[in-house]
Design a protein around this ligand. Structure first.
Ligand SMILES: NC(=O)c1ccc[n+]([C@@H]2O[C@H](COP(=O)([O-])OP(=O)(O)OC[C@H]3O[C@@H](n4cnc5c(N)ncnc54)[C@H](OP(=O)(O)O)[C@@H]3O)[C@@H](O)[C@H]2O)c1
Length: 272
């Protein structure tokens, strides 16, 4: 099949023997980019614009879960020194804003796809059920500057926000007669890299003892891609295992619109 995959991330997928075996050297284009660094993201977007004239499928997968010890100590230091420095939690920077920034700046390439409905899949999480963002609409500044010591809450909020952003985006795009379709999905519970910052005993329990009973990365990848390519693709929906699921957090269309605009404004104005 004639296609190219542009992989954007910190490490090339080619370091994985299973990916090397696929013999995709000519089709896989890796762009190294730290998604916490806005300049690197902008350079990546520029490069993609220079080298590609369209995108058929966009998958926003990168994410982190739970802070490193370094970040935990940084938060404690900020609290002890009454630091006024406003730093957005890395869960929001990576799991949310980097994806909003990349999508909004590559939207034009998706419109140029020959496909009648180019698609975008944001990888969310079932943990979004634990997210709560009522403060965000009332007092965004306070919401973004809340300290997060462990990072669980920031992760849950970021995953809820990306699922709501997918809903907003689907509405925004359909209002301007765009052919792009958008969803978000939970990939399943998969032991591995995303749990690297869990407290040591929990990590061992999860990544080693429970691993044989949990989902394999290959299955999760098939589910995410399968969701993006399936026929009954409901624009704006949130999926778990290929089934459309109602988000627990309900939002009126007006509030959803306000939220989506706020996120896009933060990105375009350089606040994020
Ligand atoms: N695994 C689960 O049980 C589970 C459950 C629900 C949702 N999810 C979501 O599924 C997605 C994939 O997770 P996974 O389990 O496959 O974890 P993973 O193996 O750790 O994959 C996450 C990817 O994000 C990349 N990434 C993290 N920080 C980055 C940064 N600053 N810049 C560029 N790339 C960065 C990582 O790159 P490096 O490896 O190079 O750091 C890695 O390739 C995530 O969004 C996660 O939240 C996973």
């Amino acid at each position: 099949m004639d296609f190219s995959v542009i992989a954007v991330g910190k490490c090339s997928p080619m370091i994985l023997p299973k990916i090397r075996k696929l013999d995709m050297d000519k089709q896989l284009h890796f762009i190294q980019c730290d998604l916490q660094d806005v300049n690197q993201i902008n350079d990546t977007i520029k490069l993609i614009h220079q080298q590609y004239d369209h995108i058929d499928l966009f998958v926003a997968n990168a994410g982190i879960f739970i802070h490193t010890w370094g970040h935990l100590f940084e938060q404690i230091f900020r609290l002890l020194t009454f630091s006024k420095l406003k730093v957005v939690d890395p869960h929001f920077a990576i799991n949310l804003f980097s994806h909003v920034r990349i999508f909004t700046q590559l939207e034009d390439l998706m419109e140029k796809s020959q496909n009648p409905s180019p698609r975008c899949v944001f990888v969310g999480s079932t943990i979004s059920r634990a997210g709560g963002i009522s403060l965000l609409l009332e007092n965004p500044e306070k919401f973004w500057s809340l300290p997060h010591f462990i990072g669980y809450k920031a992760y849950a909020d970021a995953k809820l926000l990306i699922a709501l952003y997918a809903k907003y985006l689907a509405n925004r795009l359909s209002q301007k007669d765009s052919k792009i379709r958008v969803v978000s999905t939970h990939p399943g519970v998969v032991p591995g890299g995303v749990y690297r910052n869990l407290f040591f005993p929990s990590r061992i329990l999860f990544n080693y003892f429970a691993a044989p009973f949990l989902r394999k990365p290959e299955t999760a990848a098939k589910i995410v891609l399968g969701t993006g390519l399936m026929d009954r693709f409901a624009n704006g929906a949130y999926y778990e295992d290929g089934e459309e699921i109602e988000l627990v957090t309900k939002m009126s269309p007006e509030k959803l619109d306000k939220l989506g605009r706020l996120l896009e404004k933060m990105v375009s104005s350089g606040q994020q």
